[in-house]
Design a protein around this ligand. Sequence first.
Ligand code: G3P
Ligand code: CA
Length: 242
Amino acid sequence: MKIWAHRGCSQRYPENTILAFEKAMEVERLTGIELDIQLTKDKELVVIHDERVDRTTEGIGFVRDYTLSELKKLHIYADINPSQSIPTMDEVLDVLEERLKKGMLLNIELKTGMYPYLGIEERVVELVHKRRVEHSIIYSSFYAKSLEKIYQLDREVQIGILDSKVSDCMYKLKGCEGIRALHPFWKGLDLSTEELAGYDVRAWFTGHLYPEKPTGTKLDISVLENQGVTDIFLNEPERYLE
Ligand code: G3P
Ligand code: CA
């Protein structure tokens, strides 16, 4: 089973921060890192899961209503570690670029389901090409139109079809020549192993997030492997690769 860090090492460190990504890079045998992107008022790509800043910072309101310099004034609590700020996609690539060029993978999830964020697809594809890391990037989004735009911008892209149920991922895949990657929720495995054979099935496990304390429970990933899952996104990947 290939193990990914979901929003970085997001059980022990604050999700989608440079700290969480640096910790993920310390995990031996990690296949890749997953992160989420949104667009600021001044059209900068930022790495944050929610459309609002409220849950992860002391701020209030929507990411799209903040300029980048306003967002940068907000703090993300990190306990004994220095407080973090919402990173830009560029800052994250500063940290990951070298590893991506050596084979680590990065799943960029475009959070366009609620707001389509005009221009986000162009910006991310341009940045990825500028950094020359396109071969290590897998794009995903719950919003199929975003993936369609990404594909129109770069016919060579790797795309993972994201949905809750694996049957819905498969349904969205129809007519998408060359795409063989499905990203279902780990409890949404409603197709047989035979039906999933030949696909990259990257399941996402939500689990607990920092600052919730680790519970000590460990998912039996061999069960998922027997159901045809090839990869899993975990908040605490370090526990599975010890
Ligand atoms: O990419 C899979 C997963 O990250 C989707 O759920 O809410 O954690 O972004 P969420
Ligand atoms: Ca995500």
